[in-house]
Structures are given as structure tokens and as C-alpha cells.
Design a protein around this ligand. Sequence first.
Ligand SMILES: Nc1ncnc2c1ncn2[C@@H]1O[C@H](COP(=O)(O)OP(=O)(O)OP(=O)(O)O)[C@@H](O)[C@H]1O
Ligand SMILES: [Mg+2]
Length: 228
Amino acid sequence: MLIALKDIYKTYPMGTVTVNALKGISLDIEKGAFIAVAGASGSGKTTLMNIIGLIDKPTSGALLINGKETGALSRGEIVRMRQKTIGFIFQSFNLLPVLDVFENVELPMIIRKDSGSKAERREWVESLVEEVGLADRMRHMPAELSGGEQQRVAIARALVNRPHIIIADEPTANLDSENGRRVLELLRKVQKNEGTTLIISTHDSDIWKIAQTIVHLRDGAIASEERH
Ligand SMILES: Nc1ncnc2c1ncn2[C@@H]1O[C@H](COP(=O)(O)OP(=O)(O)OP(=O)(O)O)[C@@H](O)[C@H]1O
Ligand SMILES: [Mg+2]
């Protein structure tokens, strides 16, 4: 099993009350799977994506990636695992506003340090930017791009370190239907061609239709798991 969640809880202390965002999530995700996570606002989708993506830690329970219990890893090991294994796509794109398209996509390679010469980086980054259909926007700043274009830059950035797992938290929520369709096509192509595992949280029924498994969250728990 590529990813295994075992009885994951996440609670946020909020003054005198605690918010139970996740209440005992157990889920197995196979390599190459395409999973959609559905659920009403506040049901815990973002919290779950952040935990699987190693951005946040569960309060209790275990997250295993490639059989490794992530709770036992040091901060440095977590960072390296995230850099090598996971590409994360946010609802609000999260591009760095002071970097242009090329630089935004290149950044995770630079941070990783072991990703080849400048010329090799350039070739790979340019091929990805072309792949997402933005060859003629290479030197644009994020503010000079439409929302759909920004999200495609974010996808290229998420792919740059050749992750085994792509996690996308409502990647099409801020896009019109045409741009949403393009983003979805891109993600699906990568999942098919590269065997990448794809986990998408979404309200978008177009995504539910093509996912292999739909996990429905309700109040921080899995209400049902639907397999196609
Ligand atoms: N940092 C935080 N501190 C306190 N409570 C939080 C925090 N983040 C999320 N929550 C609470 O946890 C619950 C789950 O939130 P989460 O963002 O995971 O929901 P969601 O399913 O992604 O919702 P949406 O569809 O609106 O994005 C909510 O009740 C939310 O108020
Ligand atoms: Mg959310």
C-alpha cells in the first residue's frame, strides 16, 4: 500500500472548545490510484489533504507512506520525503508573486538541491511549462495571468520533482468550467502516463465521474467509500 491512514484524528484547540476536524479516518490508497474526496464545507477535506501531504500532522493515528510510519520521522526527514514524493496543488494557486512563471516552476527543484545542472533544470522546466500550455507565458508574473493559467503553473510546479503522489485541494474551485476541464485533463494525463497517484478534494461532479474511488467525508469521518 502506497499510503495508509490508520485511525487519524485532528483536533484544533480553540480557547475553551476544541474543534474535532477529523475523527478516526482509516483509508488505504494504492499506487496509481485516482481518489476524489467529497464532502460539505467544514467536513475536513483540507485538513485531510494537508495531513496526507505532510503539511500538517495528525493529533493521533498513523500515516504510512511507502510503509514508513511518518510520525517517527524527524522534521528534516519529513521535509525531504515531501520534496521527493509529493506534489501539492492548492485551491488558491499559492504562486510566489515576485517570481515569474519559469522561476515559480523551477523553485522546488532548486530547494531540493540534487536536481542537476542549471541547463538540465532549464530544459525540464521549459518542457513542463510547455506541457501545461503556457510556453508563451514563461516570463510572465503571476499577477499577469488568469486564474486558469495560474493553476496550470501550479500544476507544472507540483510536477517538477516527479512526485509519486499528487494532492490537489479543490484545484478547480476558483476556475470557470472550461479552465477547470483543462486542469482536470492535465492531472488525469499525468496520473495515466506516469502512474502517479492522484488525490483530489472537490465539489466538482466531473471529477467524481472519472475518479476510481470517491471518499465521502461527513463531520470529519468517512461516511462512505464508492468504487467505480
Ligand atoms: N487552523 C484551524 N484552527 C481551528 N479550526 C480549524 C482550522 N482549520 C480547520 N478548522 C476547522 O476544522 C473543520 C474542517 O475544516 P476543513 O478546512 O478541513 O474543511 P473543508 O472540508 O476543507 O471545507 P471547505 O469545503 O470549506 O474548504 C472546520 O470545522 C474548520 O472550522
Ligand atoms: Mg477546504
